[in-house]
Design a protein around this ligand. Structure first.
Ligand code: NAD
Length: 346
């Protein structure tokens, strides 16, 4: 089968993870990287031995040699890049969060719908880790009974320096929010995905605060929300980037017959009415809590990127939908953007 020729657009923090994933993927050939800051593109091209670099994404879109692109730029730039890529006939995988506002997200979805012949995907790498898949299977098998509440919690630390380092962070227009849209988004996605998705006809309710980054960011460093779920249960979100914890996440699912919680990808609470079910679920979660391949990226990225990139490439070769379609990823983005909607000033 022909290799899929790929370019990575955006050469910042996440780009090396995508680059290494493509270079390790048998079906892919990474042919170019791109950044509007020439030095960044040149540096990554040299460091990873990528044949060429450019500062103009449009050059890559116009290049018939390139089949697919990874969008690794800031949130507010995703919409134009994804639409331009699709219009040029390129398959596209875009980092989270897909968009910084609801109109941007709607425009992106319209372009995806206009190009069903192309593979489009949104990065949610944690959907590829073993314990999350096992947890989803446990919930879907009905072992918890009727699902009552699902909770996604993230306590992490983002310093003033972190927010000030890049101009796009901490602003409604460019980041689209902060703790929910950038860090907690992964756990919000897992909570929604494992629970069977958000209710389509009801909006979330929420409060957001900036408790410890006043004068630094205009967005949220702390947030709490309730999201109505499609199955009638309630999803609860609690997140802060003002914690002393570097990174601490918990996912909880409480049903009429049992409760399961995982913290930082390890089982935390497994309690069931039926002791046999409890023992079986505890074993399944313990067996799936193996360390993931953490060769690429930071530890809290969770090791799922290689599997998602492999799936994206295989989807192109096999002419099938990817495991995480862009529209699927957009459903989580939409929940977050709806949470923010009453608080946005722009
Ligand atoms: N999945 C994850 O775990 C994970 C982790 C980190 C970041 N991310 C996501 O990846 C994206 C990038 O984040 P980052 O931390 O790497 O940001 P960053 O600011 O470090 O890098 C973004 C780069 O994109 C470049 N850029 C902007 N517009 C461009 C354009 N039109 N063409 C080419 N290059 C352009 C910028 O110059 C910059 O170098 C964000 O959406 C972020 O949320 C995901």
């Amino acid at each position: 089968m022909n290799k899929v020729k790929v370019a990575v657009i955006g050469c910042g923090v996440i780009a090396p993870t995508h680059i290494q994933c493509y270079q390790a993927c048998e079906g892919a050939e990474l042919v170019a990287v791109c950044d509007i800051v020439e030095e960044r593109a040149r540096k990554l091209a040299e460091q990873y031995n990528v044949p060429r670099f450019t500062t103009v994404a449009a050059e890559l879109f116009a290049d018939p040699e390139i089949d697919a692109v990874s969008i690794c730029t800031e949130h507010y730039t995703h919409v134009d890049l994804v639409i331009a890529a699709l219009k040029a006939g390129k398959h596209v995988v875009c980092e989270k969060c897909l968009a910084a506002s609801l109109p941007e997200l709607d425009a992106m979805i319209a372009a995806v719908k206009a190009h069903p012949e192309l593979v489009s995907s949104g990065i949610f790498q944690h959907r590829f880790t073993a314990i999350n898949r096992e947890l989803k299977a446990i919930v879907e098998e009905g072992l918890l009974g009727r699902l009552l509440t699902s909770r996604a919690q993230l306590y992490c630390e983002r310093t003033n320096e972190y927010y000030l380092k890049d101009a796009w962070r901490g602003k409604w227009k460019s980041e689209g929010g902060s703790i929910l849209i950038n860090q907690a988004i992964h756990f919000i996605d897992q909570m929604l995905w494992i629970s069977g998705g958000p209710a389509v006809d009801q909006k979330p309710v929420a409060m957001i605060r900036n408790l410890n980054h006043e004068g630094i960011i205009e967005t949220d460093d702390t947030a709490a929300a309730v999201v109505p779920l499609a199955n009638g249960a309630l999803g609860v979100i609690e997140a802060t980037s003002a914690s002393f914890h570097i990174w601490h996440n918990t996912l909880s699912f409480e049903g009429t017959m049992g409760i399961v919680e995982i913290r930082d990808d390890k089982p935390l609470t497994v309690e069931f009415k039926d002791p046999e079910v409890q023992a079986a679920v505890a074993k399944r979660l313990a067996d799936s809590a193996k360390p993931e391949n953490l060769d690429f990226g930071k530890e809290y990225y969770g090791g799922g990127h290689p599997a998602q990139i492999n799936d994206f490439i295989a989807a192109i070769q096999e002419k099938r939908a990817p495991y995480v379609t862009l529209e699927d990823a957009a459903s989580t983005a939409r929940v977050i953007l709806e949470i923010y909607a009453p608080f946005r000033k722009v």
